[in-house]
Design a protein around this ligand. Structure first.
Ligand SMILES: NC(=O)c1ccc[n+]([C@@H]2O[C@H](COP(=O)([O-])OP(=O)(O)OC[C@H]3O[C@@H](n4cnc5c(N)ncnc54)[C@H](O)[C@@H]3O)[C@@H](O)[C@H]2O)c1
Length: 292
């Protein structure tokens, strides 16, 4: 079975990639964070240092452990630096062409034994792997947001993924302290097959005037015991990301509930992307704001 010692993360300046790099480095793996822009990587490195600073301040980690984790985590915008990784996890844009092109380049760059994993939320692992000569060493590894705090990883083999690759990737998720769950290579796996339509329905309820966002979230939390309501969750995920999820998911499923709601698109056009832009269904002075 492939022994995983060094891990590469592609899209490591993004929401998911930065968290995945933290998971890998924190668990003791030498980790290389790759993204396109060195400015974005520097910003991500600053955020990561801030994350560990808080862990130290809260007494969850010693300063020497923090220093050791940060020393294991390096950044690059040169893909060749991933060449000797044993596992490379991609968390780039949810766009089949972007992912296929990246995997084909990784296929040509990485050592023969390197396992390539995709963090796609909605796309097919088999299709993402289709341009690679190593389709047996490509696997789905879907982390949850925020990756450094959530434990679930949905693990899905593509049609050509070997058992050995799947087992090695599964063992690695356990080695980093995550909780793997096996799913088939089906659109949205478990979580997003349920969540994308559900979250869209919550947006449509706002648009139809059924209730205020805070009341919808409150009902879901108080009535179903969820920790977070759907509109709070969309603000965390990013409204632009929700649009991208819909655009990837709807053409595959033709489920009308998966089509991006008009209100979601209007809010994205208005720059209300959720927490990252300071406002979405909520602003972060706690006042609900949406619509026009
Ligand atoms: N946001 C979520 O809640 C969430 C949850 C689970 C999985 N995902 C999946 O994770 C992936 C990334 O989503 P995100 O929300 O982190 O996106 P994001 O837009 O925050 O980050 C994407 C990053 O990828 C980089 N990138 C784009 N093309 C690249 C390339 N060719 N090479 C290297 N880097 C490249 C971008 O510069 C950016 O930093 C998607 O597949 C998404 O479906 C997202």
């Amino acid at each position: 079975m492939t022994r995983i010692r060094k891990v590469g993360v592609c899209g490591a300046a993004g929401t998911m990639g930065a968290g995945i790099a933290i998971v890998a480095a924190r668990a003791g793996f030498e980790t290389v964070a790759y993204d396109l822009s060195s400015d974005a990587l520097s910003q991500a490195a600053e955020n990561t240092a801030g994350f560990f600073e808080k862990s130290v301040a809260r007494g969850k980690m010693s300063k020497s452990d923090r220093d050791a984790v940060l020393a294991r985590l390096t950044s690059t915008n040169d893909l060749a630096d991933l060449g000797n990784c044993d596992l490379v996890i991609e968390a780039v844009y949810e766009d089949p062409k972007v992912k296929q092109d990246l995997l084909a380049t990784l296929d040509a760059t990485c050592a023969d034994h390197t396992i390539l994993a995709s963090n796609t939320s909605t796309l097919s692992i088999t299709e993402i792997a289709s341009g690679c000569s190593r389709q047996d060493r490509v696997v789905g590894m879907h982390f949850c947001l925020p990756a450094q705090l959530m434990r679930l990883i949905e693990m899905s083999p593509g049609v050509n993924t070997s058992d050995e690759t799947f087992q090695a990737a599964w063992a690695w998720t356990e080695a980093v302290g995550q909780v793997p769950v096996r799913t088939q290579d089906k659109p949205g796996f478990i979580l997003n097959a349920l969540l994308v339509p559900f979250n869209n329905e919550a947006i449509r309820a706002v648009e139809a005037g059924v209730a205020e966002p805070a009341d919808i979230d409150h009902a879901i939390k108080a009535g179903l015991g969820y920790k977070m309501g759907p509109l709070e969750l969309i603000d965390l995920v990013g409204l632009d990301t929700q649009v991208r999820l819909c655009e990837a998911f709807y053409p595959i499923t033709l489920d009308p509930r998966a089509a991006a709601p008009a209100l979601l698109r209007r809010m994205v056009a208005a720059g209300r992307l959720g927490r990252k832009s300071g406002s979405g269904f909520y602003n972060y002075d706690d006042q609900a704001m949406y619509g026009s």
